[in-house]
Design a protein. Structure first.
Length: 294
């Protein structure tokens, strides 16, 4: 089964059980104050599902780190921390839901919950810092580099920002949930983040899987990479084979593998529409140092 299909299935199952739990607590038992103090059967699969989705995302990132470094020791550490937090979650779920299901009884399992949330946050921080360091070390110096390398540096900067976004949001959610669990026993505010933590992991993993498409494939001369969770307000300049220009240039390209010459077949500039084709051809031939063909 493809990974994205598994993520969608787990996300859907998690959402269904959260909806059932909300209906049982606030719908069918409306007005019953005892109902909000007891976690019924619909809560039983939520901790294992949340932890499993987090572990699945962390395993994917560990595999990515291995592909970038070809080193085993750091992915093994990540996987050991992941297995520790998943095991703690399953031990908590079996112990808690087989006994007294009152909300106040959650604090009798503070050790297991602390290992679960602290392990998740630690794993996410290790992954985020590792990916950022790896990408930063491989980024070319854009200050004095050729235009093609400056374009590569821009792409790596976007990847660094993307990893910071997806890694830090799950880390902060786990840390805040742990802090609320340990400090606000009387309000149970930690349950709010518990209900969204698993979805955060699945959403960040899906964002990563979707983000690989414009990076790994060719979609014409323009490559536009968006943020993980919101669109940039900036206007993205066009990129043709690593050459970044501020002009609005639309071209069709043909690359010959036998020689190093690049054949550009057609040019159309938004700021120079009145110029003769020969003038435009000579202008770009001199600027880019390439052979212009019909």
């Amino acid at each position: 089964m493809p990974l994205h299909d598994l993520v969608i299935i787990l996300y859907t199952v998690f959402t269904v059980f959260v909806t059932i739990a909300a209906w049982n607590m606030f719908g069918s038992h409306w007005g019953d104050t005892e109902a909000i103090l007891i976690l019924d059967w619909s809560w039983t699969p939520l901790p294992p599902l949340s932890s499993f989705m987090g572990g699945m995302a962390q395993t994917f990132y560990a595999w990515r780190i291995y592909c970038l470094t070809r080193s085993f020791w750091l992915p093994v550490i990540i996987e050991l921390v992941m297995l520790m937090q998943v095991t703690a979650t399953f031990v908590f779920s079996v112990s808690y839901f087989s006994g007294d299901r009152r909300v106040l009884n959650l604090f009798n399992f503070s050790d297991e919950i602390t290992v679960w949330l602290a392990g998740s946050a630690t794993c996410d921080l290790i992954i985020t810092l590792t990916l950022v360091v790896i990408l930063y070390r491989r980024k070319p110096d854009s200050a004095g580099a050729h235009a093609a390398f400056r374009s590569t540096a821009d792409l790596i900067n976007k990847l660094i920002r993307f990893n910071m976004e997806t890694g830090m949001i799950t880390s902060l959610a786990a840390i805040i949930e742990l802090a609320l669990f340990l400090t606000t026993h009387q309000y149970n505010l930690h349950l709010i983040l518990f209900l969204v933590l698993g979805k955060l992991y699945s959403n960040t993993l899906m964002a990563t899987l979707n983000y690989r498409d414009p990076v790994g494939q060719s979609h014409g001369p323009d490559i536009v990479l968006q943020s993980a969770f919101w669109a940039d307000g900036e206007v993205h300049s066009n990129r043709t084979f690593g050459i970044q220009r501020s002009l609005d240039v639309r071209c069709t390209t043909e690359v010959t593998t036998e020689t190093d010459d690049m054949m550009l077949q057609e040019f159309s500039t938004a700021d120079d529409e009145g110029s003769r084709p020969e003038t435009r051809r000579e202008k770009y031939q001199e600027k880019l140092g390439i052979v212009i063909g019909e």
